[in-house]
Design a protein around this ligand. Structure first.
Ligand code: ADP
Ligand code: ZN
Length: 662
C-alpha cells in the first residue's frame, strides 16, 4: 500500500511512502508514522492512500507508526478541531510534537510554592446535599460514556472544587483518564499540586503546560503509551493529548476568554474540549461563578444541564456599594479615592481587617501626553500609546519596546517639552493611599511585580500572614486566592473596559468585577465591596452574585436584538502586511471576493462587516485590517474562508472562529 504524507517538521511538500502490509492498518488516513528521510527519520501524518505512486524515485517504506496517535477517535477529533479552525490538521500534530520537545518556560506568573493560602482541600470531606446531588447526577454520564455538557454555576467560595474532585475520583475508579483545564498556567500548577497533596485518586496527575519540565513531559508520554489512566492538568495543550479511555473533561472558570489562545491561530480550547467530549461520547463539566452568556444560552437552547451552588461555604456575600466618581464636586484629597472608600479603609484598618484594592491596569499611569498639542507618546512599532512605568520608563505592552522619558524629551508633533501623565496605576495608588494612611502597611501585586516571581510570592504570603494591611493589585489578584481576613474590596475604576468596542464588553467587565468582589468576606459575615465608576451603567445592578442570572436575561435580550453571539456565529478574518497600502487594498479585495461568493451561494445567509481598521492596527510594524463575518454556523464561515485561500494573497491571513477578544 502506498500513501502520501506530510512531515510534522514544517516542510510543506507531500511525500510518498509505502506501508508494510504486516501493520494491518485498516484506515491509514490520519495515522502518524515515522519515515526515513535521507539519513534521518521524521514523523509524518498520512494524508491519502494512493493506488500507484506517480513519482519516479524509489519509494521507501515507513518505519513505525504511533498507535496512540493513530487511534480512530483521536484522529476524528484532530480532524474536527482543525476543520473548525480552518487549519491543516498537520498543524495540530506539529504543535503537540514541538511542544513535547520544547524546554519549559519559566513560570513568570504567580504560582505560589506554598499552597496554604489557596483553597485547602481536605481528604475525607463530607459533601453537602447540594454537592452530592450534582456529583450523583453527573457520575452516571461517566459510567455510561454519554456525551453531556454540564454547567456548574457556583457562587465564589461555594465548593466547586470538591465537586470536581469527586467526579475525578469516580472516573479514576473506573480506570478512566481525566482532562482538567484552567485558564492560566499558574492556576493549573496550583491545582495539580493541591490534587497531588490530597493523594486519593490512585492515578498519576500530570501537569501539561508551558511550565512543565522535559522529564515530566516524557513521563506523561510514557504513561500515554501504556494507556494508563491519568489526570492531565493544563490550559490549552491537554486537549491535544492522545488519551484513550477518557472519562470526563472538567473546565474551571469556563467564562475566561483566556481559553482562546492569544496568538494566531487562536484555537479555542473550550470549544475544542466540547468537540473532544462529543467525539469520545463523554460528559464535560463547565464550572464558574459567572458562566458565560454563550454557555447559559446553550443551557436554554441546546439541552446543556445546569447545576447550581447558591451558598458560600463559609463567610457571607459582601455588601456592594456603587460610588460615582464625579470630578471635584465634593472636596477630597485625591480624585481616585472617594470619601466612601477612604472612610471604609479607615474603618477596616481600625478593626485590623484587610483590604484589597483593585485596578485593571499595570504600570504607574496610562500614558504621557504633550501638554502643548495634546498628542500622546506612542510606540515606534505599534499603534498604541506607551505606558509609563517606574523610573520614567515608557514601555509598549505589545512589542516590549521601551524608552526613558528624559527631562529633555521633545514632542515629535510640536516640539513641546512639557508633558502630563494621565490615568492611574497600582504604584500611584500605593503612593496615594500611603499619604492618606501613613501607618498602614501597603504593598502591590501586579503584572510588573509578578515578573519577579519571588517578590510576588513573598507579597502574597505576607498578605496572607496579615503582615500587609492593604494590597493593591491588577487581574493577578482576582483568581483563586483565598484570604480569610479580607473584608473590604475597593474597585477603583470599574468601567475602564466597558467602552471597549467588543460585543461582550459588558459581560467580561461584570465577570471580572464579580470575581474581584468575591475575594471579600470569604470567612467573615460582614464585608463590603466599593465599586467606583465614572459612568452609570445598568451592569452594576447585577453585581451581587445572587443576581448574575438576571444579568443573563438582560444581556441575552440585548444581544438578540442586535444580532450578536450567541444568537449568531461570528468569525474574524485578519489581514497583515508590512505595507499599509497593500493591506488596505487587499482587505477591500478580500471583502469583494467574499461578497461575490455569498451572492453565488444563496442557500447560506452570511453578513460581512468591514474591512475595518481595528483599534490596534499596527503591531511590530505589521499593519492590520479585519473583516467580520456573521452566520448561523461556523462551518459556513470556515468553508468560505477556505475557498478564498486558493487566491494568492500577499498579506498573511488568519481565520478566528468565535473571536472573544480584540
Ligand atoms: P469555589 O471554587 O466554588 O470558589 P472552593 O472550592 O474554593 O469554592 O470552596 C470554598 C471553601 O469551602 C474551601 O475552603 C473548601 O475547602 C470548603 N469546602 C468545600 N466543600 C466542602 C465540604 N463539603 N465540607 C467542608 N468544606 C468544604
Ligand atoms: Zn510596540
Amino acid at each position: 500500500m502506498y500513501v502520501t504524507v506530510k512531515l510534522l517538521n514544517g516542510c510543506q511538500q507531500r511525500l510518498t511512502y509505502s506501508i508494510p502490509s504486516s501493520w494491518q492498518l485498516s484506515k491509514p488516513q490520519g495515522a502518524v508514522v515515522t519515515v526515513p528521510l535521507r539519513q534521518r527519520t521524521e514523523l509524518a501524518l498520512i494524508e491519502e492512500v494512493i493506488e500507484k505512486p506517480t513519482t519516479h524515485y524509489s519509494i521507501k517504506e515507513a518505519i513505525t507508526y504511533e498507535p496512540i496517535l493513530s487511534e480512530p477517535l483521536y484522529k476524528q477529533f484532530m480532524q474536527r478541531l482543525s476543520a473548525y479552525h480552518a487549519l491543516d490538521p498537520v498543524y495540530l500534530y506539529k504543535r503537540l510534537c514541538a511542544f513535547l520537545k520544547q524546554s519549559p518556560e519559566k513560570i513568570e506568573t504567580n504560582a505560589p510554592d506554598n499552597t496554604s493560602f489557596t483553597t485547602p482541600l481536605q481528604a475525607g470531606t463530607h459533601l453537602t446535599h447540594e454537592q452530592q446531588h450534582i456529583v450523583d447526577a453527573i457520575a452516571p454520564y461517566i459510567t455510561n460514556t454519554t456525551y453531556q455538557p454540564c454547567v456548574l454555576h457556583g457562587v465564589t467560595g461555594s465548593g466547586k472544587t470538591e465537586v470536581y474532585y469527586r467526579l475525578m475520583q469516580h472516573a479514576a475508579s473506573l480506570g478512566k483518564a481525566i482532562l482538567f483545564l484552567l485558564p492560566e498556567v499558574a492556576l493549573a500548577a496550583q491545582f495539580a499540586k493541591l490534587f497531588r497533596a490530597r493523594n486519593e485518586l490512585n492515578i498519576p496527575i500530570f501537569d501539561f503546560h508551558s511550565a512543565t519540565s522535559a522529564p515530566d513531559k516524557r513521563a506523561l508520554w510514557q504513561a500515554l503509551r501504556t494507556e494508563q489512566p491519568l489526570v492531565a492538568i493544563g490550559v490549552h495543550l491537554p486537549i491535544l493529548l492522545p488519551l484513550r479511555h477518557l472519562g470526563i473533561i472538567i473546565i474551571d472558570e469556563e467564562h475566561e476568554t483566556g481559553y482562546q489562545e492569544k496568538k494566531h491561530p487562536k484555537i479555542n480550547t473550550k470549544e475544542g474540549a466540547l468537540l473532544r467530549a462529543a467525539t469520545h461520547q463523554i460528559p464535560i463539566l463547565l464550572g464558574s461563578a459567572t458562566p458565560s452568556i454563550a454557555t447559559l444560552h446553550n443551557v436554554n437552547q441546546r439541552g446543556w444541564k445546569l447545576f447550581t451552588l447558591e451558598k458560600r461555604f463559609s463567610g457571607a456575600f459582601p455588601d456592594v456599594k456603587v460610588v460615582k466618581l464625579t470630578p471635584c464636586k465634593e472636596k477630597r484629597a485625591y480624585f481616585w479615592i472617594s470619601k466612601e472608600l477612604e472612610q471604609a479603609i479607615a474603618d477596616r484598618l481600625s478593626k485590623k481587617e484587610q483590604i484589597l484594592i483593585f485596578i485593571n491596569r499595570r504600570g504607574y499611569s496610562f500614558f504621557v501626553q504633550c501638554s502643548t498639542c495634546g498628542s500622546i507618546v506612542t510606540c515606534n512599532n505599534c499603534s498604541v500609546s506607551l505606558t509609563l512605568h517606574e523610573g520614567n520608563i515608557l514601555r509598549c505592552h505589545y512589542c516590549n519596546f521601551s524608552m526613558t522619558l528624559a527631562p529633555e524629551h521633545v514632542c515629535l508633533q510640536c516640539k513641546g517639552t512639557t508633558f502630563i501623565k494621565k490615568g492611574i496605576g497600582t504604584q500611584q495608588v500605593v503612593t496615594i493611599i500611603q499619604q492618606l494612611f501613613p501607618y498602614a502597611r501597603i504593598d502591590r501585586a501586579d503584572l510588573d511585580a509578578t515578573i519577579n516571581r519571588k517578590k510576588w510570592q513573598k507579597t502574597i504570603q505576607a498578605f496572607h500572614n496579615q503582615e500587609i494591611d492593604i494590597l493593591v493589585g491588577t487581574q493577578t489578584i482576582t483568581k483563586g486566592y483565598h484570604f480569610p481576613h479580607v473584608t473590604l474590596v475597593g474597585i477603583l475604576w470599574a468601567d475602564i473596559q466597558l467602552s471597549m468596542p467588543t460585543y461582550n464588553a459588558a459581560e467580561t467587565t461584570l465577570q471580572q468585577l464579580i470575581q474581584v468582589a468575591g475575594r471579600a468576606g470569604r470567612q467573615h459575615p460582614n464585608s463590603t465591596v466599593i465599586v467606583q465608576t465614572m459612568l452609570d451603567h445598568t451592569l452594576y445592578t447585577y453585581l451581587p452574585e445572587e443576581r448574575y442570572r438576571d444579568f443573563y436575561a438582560y444581556e441575552a435580550e440585548h444581544r438578540h436584538l442586535l444580532c450578536y453571539p450567541p444568537f449568531v456565529r461570528f468569525a474574524e478574518i485578519e489581514l497583515r502586511h508590512s505595507r499599509q497600502e497593500i493591506v488596505e487594498k487587499e482587505s477591500a479585495h478580500y471583502a469583494d471576493a467574499l461578497a461575490d461568493h455569498i451572492k453565488k451561494d444563496t442557500a447560506t445567509a452570511i453578513t460581512i462587516l468591514g474591512p475595518a481598521q481595528p483599534p490596534v492596527h499596527k503591531i511590530k510594524n505589521m499593519h492590520i485590517r479585519k473583516i467580520y463575518l456573521k452566520a448561523e454556523k461556523i462551518s459556513d464561515l470556515s468553508n468560505l474562508y477556505q475557498t478564498l485561500q486558493a487566491i494568492p494573497w500577499q498579506s498573511t491571513i488568519f481565520f478566528t472562529p468565535n473571536p472573544l477578544t480584540l
